[in-house]
Ligand binder design. Structure first.
Ligand code: TXA
Ligand code: MG
Length: 343
């Protein structure tokens, strides 16, 4: 057991704490910090021992590469072999923010950080606490989402405490993550850029800035040529059996009402708009359909609540796939292990 120190935002202004954080990262220890997307579990991105420590703490397979977090756009040149004009345009437009770009890596980035790949994922987060921490420690932080491997990403301080208290040196409390879904991942090593993971920065928003189409491979799974290795592992899965329900809402209602297996361990996750319609069962509302950003920010905590409440049978009603809905449904499908019932 490590003696984990819990920090508030104010603590980051104390010289003594700053020294401790810097020293911890120098010694390949881990710090959990908030970002605008989800919490990250960070270690020195340039040291292979830190990467190992991260994989161990998460229980994560070592071929699943980590994202390198930086605090200044200029740092990219230190870690990426080359930066195309098109990639620069995206950096200028979307950074700091929830966009991760994949470049060919320079040797300074150890293979342990990149899961053995010759490419490196880089992101400049906008969350002020993340920026402050990066400034304090003075090195890039390799940071995957701060959840035990397979679990939903953490969007709240209490989630990271549950998963990592006693396993890392520091946890910084940044309240609830504003976006709640992980960053958009885009491979910019190719002539035509490839979307590997959808996020709140949409395909269309990227295409609008580039003024040309990009390729979407974010839906591909379990294929030999998985390009974003993270996609081949089970994700976001509560312990109970999760099924996605699609089709007319009346048909969904009829189906659930007729289920003989419906009991107190059955849960329905859906838009708040449907809450009263399904009052005959345990409903976990995500927010109104008009507020898809709110739905995005509540999704992971709702999935975690399924385990807290020991739900055994979990249904999720499909959400519209437009804009951020596309990223939301990408995560929902993974949580359901792609089990869908069309009604
Ligand atoms: O919002 C986020 O991106 C959060 C916060 C903490 O920044 N981080 C995060 O990291 O979600 P992680 O490790 O959970 O997800 C990283 C994703 C994985 O799907 C991984 O496969 C992909 O990025 N990735 C990382 N490096 C890659 C590379 N070199 N080539 C292709 N995909 C890569
Ligand atoms: Mg993750």
């Amino acid at each position: 057991m490590i003696k984990t120190k819990l920090l508030s935002i104010e603590d980051l202004d104390k010289i003594e704490i700053q020294d401790q954080l810097k020293q911890a990262i120098n010694q390949n220890k881990l710090v959990i910090f908030p970002t605008e997307t989800v919490y990250g579990i960070g270690g020195n991105a340039l040291n292979e021992c830190s990467a190992k420590a991260i994989y161990e703490a998460k229980g994560r397979p070592q071929d699943n590469p980590l994202i390198v977090h930086i605090h200044d756009e200029k740092e990219v040149a230190k870690y990426a072999l080359s930066i195309s004009e098109k990639a620069k345009r995206l950096m200028t437009h979307f950074w700091p923010g929830p966009l991760t770009l994949i470049f060919q890596k320079k040797d300074i980035v150890p293979k342990q950080t990149t899961g053995g790949l010759e490419t490196v994922a880089i992101r400049l987060p906008s969350n002020p606490i993340a920026q402050k921490l990066l400034n304090i420690v003075g090195c890039p932080l390799a940071a995957p989402s701060a959840n035990l491997s397979g679990k939903p990403s953490s969007t709240m301080f209490k989630h990271v405490k549950e998963d990592f208290y006693g396993k890392v040196d520091f946890i910084i409390d940044g309240g609830k993550s504003t976006i709640g879904l992980e960053s958009t991942v885009l491979d910019v090593t190719k002539e035509v850029f490839v979307l590997l993971r959808p996020g709140s920065i949409t395909k269309k928003a990227i295409e609008d800035v580039l003024n040309e189409p990009i390729i979407d491979q974010s839906g591909e799974r379990n294929t030999e040529k998985v390009m974003s290795p993270g996609m081949k592992y089970t994700h976001y899965k509560p312990k109970g059996n999760v099924v996605l329900l699609s089709g007319k809402i009346e048909n969904i209602k009829n189906y659930l009402e007729s289920l003989t297996s419906l009991n107190s361990k059955t849960a329905l996750i859906c838009a708040t708009d449907y809450q009263t319609m399904f009052s005959f069962m345990n409903v976990f509302p995500l927010g109104n359909l008009e507020e898809m950003n709110l739905i995005a920010s509540n999704l992971f905590s709702s999935l975690r609540e399924m385990d807290e409440k020991e739900m055994e049978q979990i249904f999720i009603i499909e959400l519209p796939k437009e804009d951020i809905g596309y990223a939301i449904m990408n995560r929902v499908l993974k949580a359901a292990g792609y089990q869908t019932l069309k009604l």
